[in-house]
Design a protein around this ligand. Structure first.
Ligand code: ACO
Length: 339
């Protein structure tokens, strides 16, 4: 017998306010068609400001606890992934702990941007299989709209991102090692990678310790607190690394693309996901995308997509799921899960 990490449930929460591509054309020099053609995005959700990230995190976490009928007493570990915390420090983990009224359990923030869910599932699996947790809450949440530059100067990034959150409830389950791995529910494997050479390709430079005085007037005037991105570099690296992650995790588990019931990739750009799908030889119906409705919600894209895929009947108990992500850092990874 050994311990396995089972995904008991997933839920999501997005703010009410819809912002369409047409809305963005009133703020900057762009067009509905440019955004749709280059990214696949039709609309995204933005919070009414000020709404802290922990608020969205708490909403999604409450939903998954309710859906899985889990008592706050049962949760013994919390992982929180975000690039947009309420404060520079501390992270949102302890805020979620107190907001939900959980016991004084460990609360760990993960900072790997769009790879938050794949790193989070891998870490959750390690904590559970080592016996440190029996019931773990993984929450991925972002409020990105306040940092975006909605003038023409910031149009390359402002049109991409949205706000949202998703939460997963994970449980330890004793399983019989003699039965086939794919016949048992749970996380089978995770593949993770990073390359800090890409750190400045996509980043928010200040406030930070790389600048004298944390944030200077010049940093402020030069908008170094807004996201900086070389979109083409991100695009190219995302396709390469997501393909690498999928190929490695399939190969080392002796699986082929046909064995996968559903792929839920990070939602950064429909063209990235299409390029990855074609290179790997997956069929269109094997891939779930919902970037059209939410844009890139960074760490929350995969949890939101998992939650919607389940609601739509595209992801069912016993299905073999492959998640794939690439994010700022650079960071990337994949998980193989029997749902
Ligand atoms: N509207 C209209 N024109 C625009 C816009 C806009 N919103 N943004 C840029 N342009 C212009 C550029 O100024 C440029 O004009 P120029 O030719 O006169 O100089 C032209 O469009 C082409 O720009 P490119 O950057 O070459 O366009 P590209 O086809 O590469 O698409 C995009 C840009 C959509 C950003 C693409 O590179 C991309 O999606 N990259 C990946 C981005 C991404 O996924 N980021 C998040 C990832 S992960 C995370 O961790 C957060």
């Amino acid at each position: 017998m050994s311990l396995r990490t089972v995904v008991e449930g997933v839920s999501h929460y997005v703010p009410e306010r819809r912002v369409t591509n047409a809305d963005l054309t009133t703020m900057m020099d762009t067009s509905e068609q440019w955004i749709l053609d280059r990214t696949g995005i039709e609309e995204r959700r933005f919070v009414d400001q000020p709404t802290p990230t922990s608020h969205l995190a708490l909403e999604s976490a409450r939903r998954v606890l309710e859906k899985t009928k889990t008592s706050t007493e049962d949760v013994d570990f919390l992982l929180a992934a975000t690039l947009s915390p309420d404060f520079y420090f501390p992270g949102i983990g302890p805020m979620i702990q107190s907001g939900l009224g959980l016991k004084t359990i460990p609360a760990l923030d993960i900072r790997v941007q769009c790879s938050g869910l794949v790193y989070g599932l891998s870490a959750a699996d390690a904590f559970i299989r080592s016996g440190q947790s029996k019931c773990l809450l993984l929450v991925c949440a972002e409020v990105q709209s306040p940092v975006l530059d909605f003038s023409t100067r910031g149009r390359d990034t402002a049109v991409l991102f949205g706000d949202g959150a998703g939460a997963l409830l994970l449980r330890a389950e004793e399983t019989d090692d003699s039965t086939d791995l794919l016949a048992r529910r749970g996380i089978i494997d995770s593949y993770l990678g990073s390359d800090g050479q890409g750190a400045e390709v996509l980043c928010v430079r200040t406030p930070g310790t790389s600048t004298t005085g944390f944030i200077t007037q010049e940093d402020f005037d030069e908008r170094r607190w807004r996201p900086h991105m070389d979109g083409r570099q991100v695009f190219k690296n995302a396709v390469i690394r997501m393909c690498e992650a999928a190929t490695e995790i399939l190969q080392r588990n002796s699986l082929t693309p046909d064995d996968i019931a559903l792929i839920v990739p990070h939602q950064a750009n429909l063209r990235i996901n299409e390029a990855v799908r074609e290179r790997l030889g997956f069929r269109e119906e094997q891939v779930f995308n919902n970037i059209q409705k939410y844009g890139n919600t960074t760490s929350a894209t995969i949890p939101i997509a998992l939650s919607e895929a389940e609601e739509e009947g595209r992801l069912k108990r016993g299905d073999l799921l492959l998640t794939l992500a690439f994010g700022a850092g650079f960071t990337w990874g994949a998980n193989l899960v029997v749902w």
